[in-house]
Design a protein around this ligand. Structure first.
Ligand code: PMV
Length: 289
């Protein structure tokens, strides 16, 4: 029997523009999905991601039967990388249980294939960050310094479709290419500056960039009143910066905070109807528990 866990993620900056080749920064967060795998009687698998992971491994070794239990801290379908975390933790646990000898890089690659097969399209961001942990500059997957400050997430509880929002942004770009392309480029520029600021541990300026990024995400049409209310509440309560994380249109926002401001920011998010989650960056990617 083997138990493995893998983390969720947030975007510090760069979502949507990253689809058009611009850089972005994503961070693994200290919310994890744990998967216990046991050789034996087959369990009923309801998650398509877990089924996809089992299928991938069964192409490498013969799997007679496998029993899988899942426990997760990560809200499902809200842009925090829950599907990548369950996929990666399952692959890694099967890898250890059946002594396959896959490297983490191979697990990340297989995880990306599973996400692509289940969703139709997926960037490698979530599966890579969940496997390796830490703060990652994309698309080069360069590891940056960790963030020595708090993260407060606000969940609207509204599930949104990444595929639909990416399509919506593509249509906006097709209608107004001369206006939308420079917005993507500015977001990319902001991520490049973010890389430098993460290295300098300049959280005040990173927060300011997050606020600018939020304005640009709004201009792409991926905001909604519930996210905006939580973002303004977080800033007013002292957050260094606050923005949507992920596709938008619902899902979650993220605030960067000094550790001693986190309770206040979390209460402010709750006071406008969000579900607040206090967390921080984790350097620990997928691991054997
Ligand atoms: O909401 P999420 O975590 O699936 O993030 C979507 C991020 C996008 O940039 C909008 C799409 C992508 O594949 O990078």
């Amino acid at each position: 029997m083997v138990t493995c866990s893998a983390p969720g993620k947030i975007f510090l900056c760069g979502e949507h523009a990253v689809v058009y080749g611009e850089p972005a920064i994503a961070c693994a967060i200290d919310l994890r999905t744990r998967v216990r795998v046991r050789e034996g009687k087959k369990s009923k698998i309801t998650s398509p991601y877990v089924a996809g992971a089992v299928k991938k491994i069964s192409e490498l070794v013969e799997l007679e039967g496998v029993n899988i239990d899942i426990h997760s801290d990560i809200p499902i379908g809200s842009g925090l990388g829950s599907s990548a975390a369950v996929t990666i933790a399952t692959l890694f646990a099967l890898n250890l249980e059946f002594d396959i000898g896959l490297s983490k890089e191979e697990v990340a690659q297989l995880g990306h294939e599973v996400e692509r097969e289940v969703q139709g399209a997926a960037s490698p961001t979530d599966t890579f960050v969940s496997t390796m942990g830490g703060v990652v500059f994309l698309p080069s997957c360069k590891r940056l310094k960790s963030l020595d400050c708090g993260i407060v997430i606000g969940n609207t509880g509204m599930v949104s479709s990444t595929k639909e929002l990416v399509r919506q942004v593509a249509r906006l770009k097709d209608r107004h290419p001369g206006i939308i392309q420079p917005i993507f480029q500015t977001i990319g520029e902001l991520a490049r500056k973010g890389e430098y600021l993460v290295d300098k541990r300049d959280y005040k300026n990173i927060g300011e960039l997050m606020n600018i990024n939020q304005g640009l995400l709004e201009s792409l049409g991926v905001g909604c009143p519930e996210l905006a209310a939580q973002i303004y509440a977080a800033r007013k309560a002292g957050a260094l910066g606050a923005k949507i994380t992920g596709a938008g249109g619902g899902g979650c926002m993220v605030a960067l905070v000094d550790f001693d401001e986190k309770d206040e920011v979390a209460s402010a998010i709750e006071s406008v109807g969000g579900r607040a989650i206090q967390t921080r960056v984790t350097e620990i990617g997928v691991r054997h528990e």
